[in-house]
Design a protein around this ligand. Structure first.
Ligand code: ADQ
Length: 465
């Protein structure tokens, strides 16, 4: 029987499988749980020399195969081109994106090495599903080895507009490498449109039937949008369980009846945390009745701390939170609680449920699963309100129930917070109901099924055999 092979930069260890802070890991684990398959990628270990060993472990029923990276590979492929060039540019931070052609060579070389290590583990009729920006040229590397499997690619982060993409010097090579997939999936219609815009206008490739790109070698690539979802029932169950009860009790004791605004993000400059803190301060300045009556809890586990942009945002957040707290704190009230730790999933979800407002305001985000998890974790009889950035992919689906904000507009964000904090129960229930219905209809299972069904569709192919 053919199997599903998932390829991503990082494969969770057995322990992380239970306690992961990455959106991709959450998605992959949920998608593979019901399907026999293999998850292949980097182990997370950095060694002096790459040894080309593949190690195997299991997460529940899921088989995983991993390899280490050498120090140089880590610097060039991971820290360099993936997170120093692609991540910032794809999140529209061209001021932070820098290019080094040796790092790009390292990025291509790791993709080629990974493809060589995977090849013996794959049967000809296995389907390959490659994830995210670290692995864009993976299919090209497989094709060069003669692999003819069906290969799909899903991009978890935004795909930028042509003018932004072109600031990455090898933009043409990257997009040409994407032509070796059978299916390209993006989070939103807007992302797919940006890709097609570049490919049709800049590379001059024809688009057939609205969704099949005819590449220079004659191969047809299907292009679509597949917004990643969650498992709402699972989240409701975990949020309502008593696994987080001790945390909620401690939290409530500290809050003393104050309202709680909660934000949870990986510590990343794309998540808009500085703007968020400033908007919260704007609320305290402009609506004095909230002073001493509300608390903002920002949970932000540190990530990629050896990439310069990340050290900078960390310092900036510490100083902004410190400044706001120094200005407003009273003996019995601290306006912002800012912490850099992770929580078990069930604990985090019960904190979502214990809050009155979810404040999710990235400057750019492929989807943002936290926004969806926040909605699913609420008590249906007394749900919290969601304030959501228009630049999160999730805004496409949640705009009927969330208060949508522009995260660059501090006054509008402060007004949205004020509105969310004072929203009557009937309105909260109505908005929550609308969002929850959408999340149930478009769960992560539907995401996986739709992507794989499209990957199986008779190809629009003219690939010569
Ligand atoms: P991320 O940028 O990691 O993912 P997100 O979608 O919000 O962002 O996923 C984060 C996940 O980690 C969520 O499931 C969240 O619950 C969990 N998490 C965050 N902080 C945590 C903490 N302190 N403790 C425990 N768990 C924590 C990338 C893209 C997103 C896209 C996802 C999935 O950047 O735009 O939505 O992939 O495609």
């Amino acid at each position: 029987m053919s199997k599903l092979v998932i390829i991503s930069n990082r494969v969770a260890s057995a322990a992380e499988g239970k306690r992961s802070a990455g959106g991709l890991a959450v998605g992959v684990l949920d998608a593979l749980k019901r399907q026999d398959g293999l998850w292949f990628g980097w182990s997370g270990k950095v060694e002096e020399e790459a040894d080309n060993e593949v190690a195997f472990h299991r997460i529940g029923r899921i088989d995983c195969a991993t390899t280490g990276l050498s120090r140089k590979e880590y610097d060039d492929y991971y820290r360099g081109f993936s997170n120093g060039t692609l991540w910032p540019a794809f999140h529209y931070r061209i001021d932070l994106s820098r290019y080094d052609k040796r790092e790009y060579a390292g990025y291509l070389a790791v993709n080629e090495r990974m493809a060589r290590l995977l090849q013996p583990l794959v049967d000809p009729d296995d389907r390959l599903w490659v994830h995210d920006y670290h692995m864009i040229p993976f299919a090209r590397a497989c094709r060069r080895l003669g692999m003819r499997n069906r290969i799909g690619f899903f991009l978890h982060i935004p795909f930028p507009a042509e003018g932004v993409l072109r600031t990455i010097p090898p933009n043409r090579d990257l997009v040409q490498a994407m032509c070796d997939y059978d299916l390209l999936g993006f989070q939103t219609r807007g992302d797919a449109r940006c890709f097609l815009d570049y490919a049709t206008r800049h590379l001059g490739l024809p688009l057939e039937n609205g969704s099949v790109l005819r590449c220079a070698n004659g191969h047809g690539v299907r292009v679509g949008h597949y917004p990643i979802g969650i498992l709402p029932e699972d989240i409701q169950e975990q949020a309502g369980s008593n696994r987080g009860a001790h945390l909620v009790a401690t939290l409530k004791e500290g809050l003393q009846e104050r309202k709680l605004v909660i934000s949870v993000d990986r510590l990343d400059y794309s998540k808009g945390m500085v703007e968020r803190f400033n908007a919260y301060e704007r609320l305290l300045e402009s609506v004095p009745s909230h002073r001493g009556k509300v608390s903002l809890l920002q949970i932000a586990p540190s990530s990629r701390s050896d990439v310069e942009g990340y050290r900078h945002i960390r310092r900036q957040l510490e100083s902004t939170a410190g400044h706001i707290n120094a200005r407003w704190t009273e003996l019995s009230w601290t306006p912002i609680r800012y912490m850099n730790r992770t929580y078990e999933r069930a604990e985090l979800l019960s904190l979502f449920r214990a809050s009155q407002v979810g404040f999710v305001t990235p400057l750019r985000d492929g989807m943002n699963l936290v926004a969806k998890e926040y909605v699913a974790a609420q008590d249906e009889e007394d749900p919290g309100a969601l304030v959501l950035s228009e630049f999160a992919g999730a805004a496409d689906e949640l705009s009927d129930g969330a208060i949508i904000v522009n995260p660059y507009d501090l006054d509008a964000m402060a007004r949205a917070l004020d509105r969310a904090l004072g929203m009557p129960l009937a309105e909260r229930k109505e908005r929550h109901g609308v969002m929850l219905r959408g999340l149930r209809e478009h769960s992560i299972r539907e995401w996986r099924d739709r992507f794989l069904a499209d990957l199986d569709r008779p190809s629009a192919d003219a690939r010569p055999t």
